[in-house]
Structures are given as structure tokens and as C-alpha cells.
Design a protein around this ligand. Structure first.
Ligand code: MN
Ligand code: MN
Length: 318
């Protein structure tokens, strides 16, 4: 029986290094009509504060995604047996104007979610999550958020600018796009400007889980606790690749040592199963600093894991 859902092109139909470089070798379509979920690229890096290069992230993540097979052998998730997914291409940002890019991203995401399609956005620097949240909150109201990152991204300004990759969650809080008591920031670490750096988000109600609290242990119990605290509320998952230790994921702009392992990343995302996810992203992969391609490869795998935990995905008993 032919499967009624889009399937990734198989490795026995076309060599993995051949064919169009879409995400997971899925079919493309111009709009999100008829889709339950889509991969969408957001190529931009003009919000970065140190090394740039994330404008090349979506293309490189798609290239490295060619090794992904359709079934999740660890969890039993069978997304392509149960929901309709395609690659809808990239949102055309304006590489000469960050504020215009932010407007273009919000409009691009709004065009996707009006079809009740869940966007899995491929970054791009973390500035992009602000306009995504603006579009999502217009549809769903203020959301809960699982934010995996080395950084809080709650600066009021960077170099005098309100919009940059280190400010999105300050703006999101001010604009009422997120519910602070239902925000969980995991993997936070590094040097700071003052001993109070982590105090402000905590004073606003954010749950800050520092990397040191994650060291040497499974994060499965943490995720159980987070699921209980969020409940069925619409939830956004934003995954900054720099949450990982740079020994795993060196290809990023603002690397910090002492980070999460890839196994912990899998535990976090798999631990989001059961949440009412309304959107996900994977940001800050910078291919010029990714000499082995491993950072983009991890990004591709984590996007697949995000797809696997979306509402409506069927699981096969293993
Ligand atoms: Mn970030
Ligand atoms: Mn970061």
C-alpha cells in the first residue's frame, strides 16, 4: 500500500550524496498548505555579536541531513507514517537590514502557521526566534518555552541595539509573548558581566538551569519535571546549538566550554514528547567554523528529533 504521507527519498533510490539537498531529502512545496509540519530555513547572521556565518546554516544542515533515515530507532517515532511534512524552502531575509529581516521572518512564519502547520525553523542566528514568537503568540497567545542555550539571551541592549541575537527573550517577555513561569532555560554558563547576571531572569519568573546543574547526569528527570510544570499549554522549543559543549559543536559563533553532551541534547528533546509543541527551531550553526561538518550534522539530527516529538506523531512499540 502506498503511504499517503510524504517520504524522505531513500538511500537505495538515489545515493545519499545525490539529489536535491532538501531537509531529510523530503519533497519541497511553496506553501504550507496541507502540511502538519514543515522545515523552513531562515538564512541570516546579521544579529550576531562575535563570529558570523549562520547565514550558511540552513543550507549546510540540509546537506548533512542526507544521512537521516525516516524511523527513530531509539524511541519508535515514525513521523512519516503519521503526519504530512515537507521542506518549504527559506524565508528571504534582508541581509542589509536586521529590523527589516525581523519583519520578513514574522510574516513568513505567519504564512506557515495560518495553515495549522507547525514550523521547524532552521537558523540562522537567535535573533530570528523573536519574530517567530511574535507570529506564534498572535495565533496561540503567550506560550511556554523550553530554551536550550549557553546564554540567557535576555540583554536589554547590545551595542545600543534592542534587536540582536542576545536580546530576543527580553523583548519576548516585554511584549507578553511568553509566560515567564513556564520558561525553562537549560545549559546556561560562561563568564558574565556581573554576579547578578542570572538574577534578573529569575526575578522575572524564568527557570534558569545552569550547565553545572546538568553535568554528569541524565536530564530525563529534569524534563519530567518541566512537562509537569508546563502541562498542556502551547509550548515553543528553541534550541541554540551552543548549548552543546564546543568539543561536540565547535561550529558556532559564541562558544562556551563546559556544555551539554549530545546525549543530554537527545534527552532534552525526547523529554519534550507530550508537550503541546506549536513550533521549534535550531539556531546558531555557523558552517565556516564547522570544519568537520559535525555541528551541522548534530543540528540536522536534533531537528529530526524535534519532528519526532510533535503532537500527532505515531510511535511504534519496539
Ligand atoms: Mn542563543
Ligand atoms: Mn547561545
Amino acid at each position: 500500500m502506498a503511504n499517503k504521507f510524504n517520504q524522505p527519498l531513500g538511500g537505495n533510490d538515489m545515493p545519499r550524496f545525490g539529489g536535491p539537498a532538501t531537509m531529510m531529502r523530503l519533497p519541497t512545496q511553496k506553501t504550507a498548505q496541507g502540511l502538519d509540519a514543515c522545515f523552513v530555513g531562515i538564512p541570516m547572521d546579521i544579529g550576531t555579536s562575535n563570529r558570523s556565518g549562520t547565514r550558511h546554516g540552513p543550507r549546510q544542515i540540509r546537506a548533512e541531513s542526507c544521512m537521516l533515515r525516516p524511523f527513530n530507532m531509539a524511541t519508535g517515532a515514525a513521523p512519516f507514517d503519521s503526519i504530512q511534512v515537507a521542506d518549504v524552502g527559506d524565508i528571504a531575509t534582508n541581509t542589509f537590514d536586521l529590523k527589516k529581516s525581523v519583519k520578513l521572518i514574522e510574516a513568513g512564519i505567519a504564512r506557515i502557521i495560518k495553515h495549522d502547520c507547525i514550523p521547524l525553523s532552521i537558523g540562522g542566528d537567535h535573533t530570528m526566534t523573536l519574530p517567530i514568537l511574535r507570529a506564534i503568540a498572535k495565533k496561540h497567545g503567550p506560550v511556554a518555552m523550553v530554551h536550550v542555550d549557553a546564554h540567557l539571551d535576555i540583554n536589554d541592549e547590545m551595542f545600543g541595539e534592542k534587536i540582536a541575537h542576545g536580546t530576543p527573550f527580553r523583548r519576548a517577555l516585554e511584549e507578553g509573548l511568553i509566560i515567564p513561569q513556564k520558561v525553562f532555560q537549560i545549559g546556561i554558563r560562561g563568564t558574565g558581566y556581573s554576579p547578578e547576571d542570572y538574577a534578573w531572569p529569575r526575578s522575572q519568573g524564568f527557570n534558569v538551569i545552569q550547565a553545572e546543574e546538568c553535568w554528569h547526569k541524565s536530564l530525563t528527570p529534569l524534563m519530567k519535571d518541566i512537562r509537569e510544570k508546563i502541562g498542556n499549554h502551547p509550548t515553543y522549543l528553541t534550541y541554540d546549538i551552543d548549548s552543546l559543549d564546543p568539543s561536540f559543536a565547535p561550529g558556532t559563533g559564541t562558544a562556551e566550554i563546559g556544555g551539554l553532551t549530545t546525549m543530554q541534547a537527545l534527552e532534552i528533546i525526547r523529554g519534550c514528547r507530550g508537550l503541546n509543541l506549536v513550533g521549534c527551531d535550531l539556531v546558531e550553526v555557523s558552517p565556516p567554523y564547522d570544519t568537520s561538518g559535525n555541528t551541522a550534522l548534530i543540528g540536522a539530527n536534533l531537528l529530526f528529533e524535534q519532528l519526532c516529538v510533535l503532537p500527532g506523531v505515531a510511535y511504534i512499540d519496539l
